[in-house]
Design a binder for this molecule. Structure first.
Ligand SMILES: Nc1ncnc2c1ncn2[C@@H]1O[C@H](COP(=O)(O)OP(=O)(O)O)[C@@H](O)[C@H]1O
Ligand SMILES: [Mg+2]
Length: 296
């Protein structure tokens, strides 16, 4: 299982949108993907569940905090007990409001999520069918995508320690660029304990080329970060902004360039993680062309 954190300390840059759209595009290719919502605002959970989680329903918080308190007799919540099939077809683990207070509880416990994911992968690989009847099937996952909260606190650090790669969605505005160096400091800190962690790419999102500054900032970013910037750029699209909660964003946008764009993002994601696309034959691959980003 290759785990990817979708990270940016800034809110509203498209972490949740990127997580959901990539999971959907991977799922459309029959690639097994698990989404973990680590944000106490629970946007991904609401998208996957079609409603907000009730306070008495178990979430990733129970898995992390229970593991920490295990010695004190708390109920244990392995991820297999928390995974549910979303209404979009891929599996997910819900978030909970209490996650906003998890930073303090998880201080000095950076390996908790990494251990839980390893435990999950081991369980699924050892078969037969695991505990949760709510999982879409019982095989191991190819990818895990973690939708991170808008911070660079302990919870995000815990996610980075559990990940092999990160995707950084960001807008083409000066504040986004300014925040990058701080984010890269956190990346380097996580890398000291998780040396395999790599930046899969900076994903420019919500681009509006009606503003002259947009193209300048895209160029500036590409000059500074080279091929760490995803070649595919995601423009501002009403089909993305107005997708009703819980719908398949690619079905909703069918017939528009949004489908091609997210397929381009996922092609690059598979390339950058060294995963051949198992759902496509080499003949298909030969005829595929990389979609060009479109100016709005
Ligand atoms: N490419 C895009 N085009 C139009 N709207 C977008 C795009 N990406 C994100 N949005 C919208 O911007 C808002 C913030 O996105 P979201 O994914 O929730 O960001 P984050 O998770 O980083 O806080 C949402 O309303 C979302 O629909
Ligand atoms: Mg979000």
């Amino acid at each position: 299982m290759y785990t990817i954190s979708v990270v940016n300390q800034k809110g509203g840059v498209g972490k949740t949108t990127t997580t959901i759209a990539c999971a959907t595009a991977l799922h459309h290719r029959d690639i097994r993907v698990l989404v973990i919502d680590l944000d106490s605002s629970m946007n991904t959970t609401a998208w996957c569940l079609g409603r907000h989680l009730e306070a008495n329903e178990a979430s990733i918080y129970d898995s992390l905090v229970a593991q920490k308190r295990g010695a004190q007799g708390e109920a244990d919540w392995p991820l297999t007990n928390l995974i549910e099939e979303s209404q979009l077809g891929f599996d997910y683990v819900p978030a909970n409001r209490d996650l906003s207070a998890a930073d303090a509880e998880l201080a000095n416990e950076p390996f908790l999520l990494a251990d839980r994911l390893q435990e999950l992968d081991d369980t699924l690989r050892s078969g037969p069918a695991p505990a949760s009847p709510d999982m879409s099937s019982d095989g191991p996952y190819d990818f895990c995508l973690i939708d991170c909260p808008p911070s660079l606190g302990t919870l995000v650090y815990v996610a980075l320690i559990a990940s092999s790669g990160l995707i950084i969605p960001l807008g083409a505005d000066q504040f986004s660029l300014d925040g990058l160096s701080q984010l890269l400091t956190t990346f380097r800190k996580a890398r000291r304990v998780n040396p395999d962690l790599e930046i899969l790419g900076l994903l420019l999102n919500n681009l509006d080329h009606r503003y002259g500054l947009t193209s300048d900032l895209v160029e500036e970013l590409e000059a500074a970060y080279g091929d760490r910037v995803f070649e595919t750029k995601v423009p501002a699209r009403a089909r993305i902004r107005e997708a009703p909660m819980g719908v398949d964003i690619l079905d909703h946008a069918s017939g528009s360039d949004v489908v091609e764009i997210y397929n381009g993002v996922v092609d690059e994601l598979l390339e950058r993680t060294g995963h051949a696309d198992p759902a496509r034959t080499p003949e298909d691959a030969d005829t595929r062309t990389r979609p060009q980003s479109t100016a709005v």
